[in-house]
Structure formats: structure tokens, C-alpha cells
Write a protein that binds this ligand. Structure first.
Ligand SMILES: *Cc1c(COP(=O)(O)O)cnc(C)c1O
Ligand SMILES: [Zn+2]
Length: 408
């Protein structure tokens, strides 16, 4: 059972009591959930994990749900760690691994965050949730809300991938398509929530999504047998997964499960929306709003992440870096990974493979390094994007089109 004690602000000393529905701190910063890790260390051992569930709930003592009846699960987490042998060999990284989140419910790692967030809504007696989402968060919200019997109000950009729209409709969510960006969608939720009685679960505006996503950090450690890889590539939109993993590394050290060493955290964004890369390169602590954000990687289309300070701090403290790549390079890297290793990644995950080549060429990574790429979603959810690589034309064009993939 949970060892949750309280919540605290990520930016100021203010604390908040557990068992109530919170959003942001009154200072405007996201809240972080805290546990009695000393008690957890006494009463729990990493050796026991193997007898727990084959899902992210194997880490239940450091997750916030306290009533088993509130837990809403569709089998999220405990995803495979796969060696990308052939891509690794071709890129000069013989120890290249992929954590494949595409097999999660609704085809992305958003399932982890929303399983936890929606379970907490159930525990706290919330009956209506609302969020703005550029894609997979909407799908996962719709699915878990359906399973929980909670009403989901979802605002998404009208050019959201077809898969996300169809999933939300199928799961019975109340969907509004917005002629704008995720930032506009989020604003519409904020404006209407009080009158409608909605609990806002936009990225980082509710504190429990990070908790679900942090299980990615626990799983990496467990699957690498309690030593962490040298570098982790993470396709960063709102940065929740990266902030969550960083929190997991701290918690695992406090639990005595891992040491003080940390992987270099590598933020990957798209050329058409790279606010974190720009802030990193300019030596800033916060991002500036990215105008006219545009990329096929819907999960990366976040013009100004609310957790920017936390993301930038983790990257710098880890000795990591930030890289932006073009959509074309991402899709081609995705097709190359599929062809070489049989893994069909979302363009967000594929962007990391494009970035990887660049960091090998620059000498930031070397052949001895154990490197992990988080493929955050399934390529199957992005057929519109990938179809630009493989247009269907009559008359035996397939051979020529196959030439777009350039294995080295
Ligand atoms: C949401 C999303 C991301 C970005 O995740 P954050 O943790 O918010 O940075 C990356 N990839 C996919 C497939 C996503 O759905
Ligand atoms: Zn605060």
C-alpha cells in the first residue's frame, strides 16, 4: 500500500495535505507527491518486485493510490526492454536499447500517467474531468475515464492524429475539436471548468500523472538490474516523463536500491517546436513560448511546457543535452528502425533515433556507452505522418519509394 505522506510545491516551501483534489501551488508551480521513503525502505524490498503484478502497479508503495477499490488498470507499464541490435550496430552504438511504450493500452506511455491520475480522481470522488491534449493524453484519459465511470471532457486541436480522435469518440468522451494549439485547448478548459464543475487534469496541473510516469524510471533500473544506463533519450513535450524519471532516481536512491549515479538525460524535440532546446542553448532556466509550433510529432507540439524549470534543471544536473531534429529525419529514422529491428516507433520516439546519430557524430556518445531510447508510442497511431514516406502510387513505384530508407 501507498506510503504517501503529503504534496509539496516544486518551487516554494509550501506543503499540501493528501486526500484532497489539488491543481497547482498558489505560486503557480506544479506540485510533487512525497512519500515516507524511510518507512518504505524498512517494509519493502526490491527483491519482492518479481512476485508483484506485471504492470506499473508493482511499485504500489511509491504510487499514491490508497484504496484498492479505486485502482483503475488496463495493464499499463512493465513494457519490454529490447536491444536494438542492428540499428545500434549501424549507428556505432553496440549497446543500444529501446523501451517500447507502444504496447501500452491506447498505444502510448500516456497510459501510465492517466491510469494513476484517473485512479486518484476515483479515490477522491471526482466525477468529471477535463483536459486539453494534442493527442495521446486524450486517448488515455478517455480510456481510463471509461473504465472508471468518470465523465471526460476533451479539447483537442482539430488536426490531431485520426487515431486519437477516433479513440476518444469510441471511448465515449465528450470531444471538442479546437482550431488552435494545445495551449488554446488548455485555456478553454481553464475558462470553463468552474462553471461546468470539471476537475482539470491538464499536464502538470494535476499532481498524480507524474507519479504514473515516474514508473518508467523504476522499470529502467529494475530491467537493467539496478544499474542505470549511461544516457536516456526522451522525446520531450510537456516533459512529464523526464521529470518523473528524475524523481524516480532520487526516490530509488533514498530506498537504497540504486546509487548516486544518474544517466545523462537527453531531451529530443522537433525543429518546428523546440522551446526546451532553445532555452538550454541560451543558458536560460525557463522556456519562452514557441510561436507557430508545427510538427507531425503531436506529443512534442507543446509551445511552452509548464514544467520547463524542472526539465532544464534535470538535464543540466545530469550532464545531458538537448537536440532538435526535423520531422523528415524523424520519420526516416523511424522507418530505418522498423526495417532494421522490427520496432515501429511513433515519430516522437523515432526523433530520438535521428538525434542519436547526431550525438554519435559529435562525440557526445561513444561506442562503450549503454544508451536507452524511450519509444513513447506506437507507429501505428501515426499513419498520416508515415504515409508521407510511403505514398501509394500505381505502377510498381514501391522499389523506388523503399529507397527513401538509408541504412548505413
Ligand atoms: C505526450 C507524448 C510525448 C511527450 O511526453 P511528455 O512527458 O509530456 O514530454 C512524447 N511522445 C508521445 C508519443 C506522447 O504521446
Ligand atoms: Zn509554490
Amino acid at each position: 500500500m501507498t506510503t504517501l505522506t503529503h504534496l509539496e510545491c516544486s518551487a516554494c516551501p509550501k506543503r499540501y495535505e493528501a486526500g484532497k483534489a489539488w491543481n497547482l501551488c498558489e505560486c503557480g508551480a506544479p506540485l510533487l507527491v512525497r512519500y515516507d521513503l524511510a518507512a518504505a525502505r524498512q517494509g519493502w524490498s526490491r527483491e519482492w518486485l518479481a512476485s508483484g503484478p506485471s504492470s506499473m502497479w508493482r511499485y504500489a508503495p511509491v504510487l499514491p493510490v490508497s484504496q484498492p477499490s479505486a485502482l483503475v488498470t488496463l495493464g499499463e507499464g512493465w513494457t519490454p526492454l529490447i536491444k536494438a541490435r542492428n540499428y545500434g550496430a549501424s549507428a556505432g552504438l553496440p549497446n543500444l536499447w529501446v523501451k517500447d511504450e507502444g504496447i501500452n493500452p491506447t498505444g502510448s506511455f500516456k497510459a501510465r500517467g492517466l491510469a494513476c491520475a484517473i485512479s486518484m480522481c476515483k479515490e477522491l470522488g471526482i466525477s468529471k474531468v477535463a483536459l486539453g491534449s494534442a493527442g495521446n493524453a486524450a486517448s488515455a484519459t478517455a480510456a481510463y475515464a471509461a473504465a472508471a465511470g468518470i465523465e471526460a471532457h476533451i479539447f483537442m486541436p482539430k488536426d490531431v492524429p485520426q487515431a486519437n480522435y477516433i479513440e476518444c469518440m469510441s471511448f465515449g468522451a465528450r470531444v471538442t475539436l479546437v482550431d488552435g494549439l494545445i495551449s488554446d485547448c488548455g485555456r478553454m478548459v481553464a475558462e470553463r471548468k468552474a462553471a461546468e464543475g470539471w476537475y482539470e487534469i491538464n499536464t502538470l496541473k494535476e499532481p498524480y500523472r507524474i507519479e504514473g510516469k515516474k514508473t518508467m524510471g523504476y522499470e529502467v533500473a529494475e530491467q537493467f538490474r539496478w544499474r542505470l544506463p549511461k544516457a536516456i533519450f526522451y522525446p520531450t513535450g510537456g516533459g512529464v516523463g523526464l521529470i518523473g524519471m528524475w524523481k524516480a532516481f532520487e526516490e530509488m536512491e533514498a530506498l537504497g536500491w540504486t546509487g548516486p549515479e544518474r544517466p545523462k538525460m537527453i531531451v529530443v524535440q522537433a525543429d518546428g517546436c523546440a522551446p526546451v532546446v532553445r532555452a538550454f542553448e541560451q543558458g536560460k532556466d525557463r522556456c519562452e513560448f514557441w510561436e507557430n509550433a508545427n510538427t507531425v510529432s503531436a506529443g512534442l507540439r507543446v509551445p511552452k511546457p509548464l514544467g520547463d524549470a524542472l526539465i532544464l534543471r534535470a538535464v543540466r544536473d545530469s550532464g545531458g543535452t538537448c537536440v532538435a531534429v526535423s520531422d523528415r529525419a524523424s520519420l526516416e529514422a523511424g522507418a530505418r528502425l522498423a526495417r532494421l529491428d522490427g520496432i515501429f516507433a511513433a515519430p516522437e520516439g523515432a526523433a530520438c533515433f535521428a538525434a542519436l546519430d547526431r550525438l554519435v557524430q559529435s562525440g557526445f556518445l561513444t561506442a562503450d556507452d549503454e544508451v536507452l531510447v524511450y519509444n513513447t508510442g506506437a507507429g501505428l497511431k501515426y499513419l498520416e505522418a508515415y504515409s508521407t514516406l510511403f505514398p501509394r502510387t500505381a505502377g510498381g513505384e514501391a522499389d523506388k519509394l523503399g529507397g527513401l530508407i538509408t541504412p548505413r
